[in-house]
Design a protein around this ligand. Sequence first.
Ligand code: ZN
Length: 440
Amino acid sequence: MSIFTLPISLCKDLTAMISKFWWGSRNGRRKISWVKWDQLCLPKRCGGLGFRDLALFNHALLANQAWRILKNPEDLAAQILRAKYFKGAGFLEAPTGSGCSHIWRSIIWGRSLLKDGLRWIVRDGNNIRVFKDQWLPRPSTFKPITPDPGSDLRVAELLDRNSSRWDSVKLHQLLLPIDRDIVRSIPVSWIGGHDSLSWHYDRKRCYSVKSGYRLALQRKLQDSASSSSSTQKWWSSLWCLNVPPKVRIFIWRVCLNAIPSLANLWARKVVADPCCLRCGVDVESGGHALFWCGGARKVWGLTRFDSFFEDLKNAPVLDVFQAILPKVSYAEFALFCMTTWAIWNDRNSFSNCGKSKESKLVASRAAELLSEFQNSMVALSPPTRSQTVISGSIDWLAPPPGLLKLNTEIATHKNYNSIGLGATIRDDKGKVIIARSRQL
Ligand SMILES: [Zn+2]
């Protein structure tokens, strides 16, 4: 996968296998895939689950090969490819050529992604063409917005050699204000050196498969509607909630209308009637089953969240969650999500067995389960620095020459009911002679 371009048909087959595993199957029969694969591949903050799009991941891996050839031209593999395919030319300008190997064709494909994120780091400016090369640190394109007059002017000519600053007069003559401001933000090297190509989308300016994949995904999604910043904030909040993972996944499905409500099953021709089994009045959508049906209303009536529903009648489920989150604390919102899950479980119990719990029991059970989960997480979490009590620390002082010094330390951890002892013996130069620790 990191050497060759995978056939599209193979990527589709692998994707189908992953999807089948995720949604599950029973007695050899596949269950319904409630959410499209493209949605699952979105980042979690955009309403997806961050699954890998295999074709894009393949592209990002091959871009890594292209990066290695670009940055390590003396490597044996790079030398062989240069001798075969781009003798006397630069790697970035090398043509695919006819009758080339599958490896070379794959690397050229990876290079197309790499090129989108390459940006020149200015040193002496001799290798960079002002209007044709990517060198400005802006979010994309990295080229000046100023129309290209058709010249091969070099960045070196915009530099004032004597003062090692940008030449303000030339910048004013040649570039639009929006470009001038960006150019001035680029530091000018006092010691010169050669210009170099860097990867814009990583802090270390080196290509990484992670940042390459992110760019490839961004390019794929650029034409589709992106979620607003408030929606992204909501999704991020959901994944940080201190509730069982299955509840987080359930709420994610609820918000995407991807639960087997009767309305959804009817739309897929699984059931003949979408009418709610509990009240027999309305169509059972996800929102109806969880918030508006009589049984659900009774449960919410026992909680402090009930008043929040007054202005949200028949609002989309995601809007309900987004409207309630700012009005409560994260701890309360965790309980809200847990109660939603408990109501759905009660609804399933009624649909499958005709039995339903009392509203009081549903509400109290949700609170109990949440409390049990959160307590278990505290017990399992490793000790943090804030839990470690450190007795007054002072700078270590060496003993007089010829003597040794023994230092001891004791630490307790209340969750594990354990005590740790430690001892170190050092000489007058601070060298550790012996060190031991033990848990009691
Ligand atoms: Zn109902």
